[in-house]
Design a protein around this ligand. Structure first.
Ligand SMILES: *Cc1c(COP(=O)(O)O)cnc(C)c1O
Length: 321
């Protein structure tokens, strides 16, 4: 298999050119209530308004856009708890190639339906019993398809980094940037962009308390593997960081903090009531950490990535009730 070099800021600029006119340039929103509560100037980069409802379209489309003729003919394969699967499905449809996605049995129905509606073949697996990486590698070999994993891939990381390039173009320099993490693809890409465009900006990773492998990995200096975490943040349920994402985090991320499911629900309510936005639990991680005050931000210019908005409406109603 081809081994690609680690991504750099140049790859983010290249990805931005490939995404131009294809991905949405999502809005950067402000909220006077958020500013009052924190004593800071907050800039929310709203990727819940991205195509397919999450930032994942950026990395997925960037990766597929690099395919050569042979790869295009065989198609793209991936595994994902949902949003990356949908993003690959849409990217493949736009590129006119076949997509197969491996999704967990308990993925939100809206995410499974989203992938199917783009014409992707969906294969369901049990995430408490089977290892998705193994299923993926086996299918890739059998079918000759190119596997694009959800976070540990240079083109995926570079694509995700375009979100912060757009954010800083609009907000100007930032003092602090909060980014959620599962496997760290978004965080690594955003950290690369921030380091270049707003040197000195402190990048804070945020993950669910129940799945703090990122925090443990940063503390120990090696990738820590955990059991599949039980959290409502289904998009951040990765059990370990990646070989590409972790070294970038070690170099460019200040610290990783955690928030509880209860804090996520409170933040979901904040977004619904005050900012009139539907944000999925995982998409609330970064804002929840900001609001919790675990990192001092008073008087600072602060970026917050709102990573996605795909949530089953019946579950959403329960969260808000
Ligand atoms: C995938 C995803 C994340 C986590 O991204 P990683 O690149 O795996 O760290 C966060 N939020 C949402 C909405 C996601 O879909």
């Amino acid at each position: 298999m081809q081994v690609l070099p680690a991504p750099t800021f140049v790859d983010i600029v290249d990805a931005a050119a490939r995404l131009e006119g294809v991905a949405h340039r999502t809005p950067v929103l402000t909220s006077s209530i958020a500013n009052e509560r924190t004593g800071a100037s907050i800039f929310f980069k709203c990727e819940n308004f991205q195509r397919m409802g999450a930032f994942k379209f950026r990395g997925a489309y960037n990766a597929v856009s690099h395919f050569d003729y042979v790869q295009r003919n065989a198609g793209v394969l991936t595994y994902s708890s949902g949003n990356h699967a949908q993003a690959i499905a849409l990217s493949a449809r736009l590129a006119g190639i076949h997509a197969t996605v491996i999704m967990p049995h308990d993925a939100p129905a809206a995410k499974i339906a989203g992938a199917q509606s783009c014409g992707a073949e969906v294969i369901i697996y049990d995430r408490y019993k089977e290892v998705r990486e193994e299923i993926g590698l086996r299918l890739a070999e059998e079918r000759g398809m190119t596997l694009i994993p959800p976070y540990d891939h240079p083109h995926v990381i570079a694509g995700q980094g375009t979100a912060v390039r757009e954010l800083i173009e609009e907000s100007g320099p930032l003092d602090v940037l909060f980014v959620c993490l599962g496997g760290g693809g978004l965080l690594a890409g955003c950290a690369l962009a921030a380091a270049e465009l707003s040197p000195g900006c402190k990048v804070i990773g945020v993950e669910p308390e129940a799945g703090n492998d990122g925090q443990q990995s940063m503390a120990r200096g090696e990738i820590v593997h955990i059991e599949v975490p039980h959290t409502i943040a289904d998009g951040a349920a990765a059990t370990h960081l990646g070989l590409y994402t972790f070294p970038i985090m070690q170099r460019l991320v200040e610290t990783v903090v955690t928030v509880t499911d209860a804090q996520l629900i409170e933040t979901m309510r904040f977004f619904a009531q005050r900012m009139k936005m539907v944000v999925e639990p995982t998409g609330c991680l970064a804002a929840a950490a900001l609001m919790s005050g675990v990192v001092p931000v008073e008087g600072k210019r602060v970026g917050v990535i709102v990573s996605g908005g795909n949530v089953d409406l019946s579950r959403y109603a329960q969260f808000l009730a």
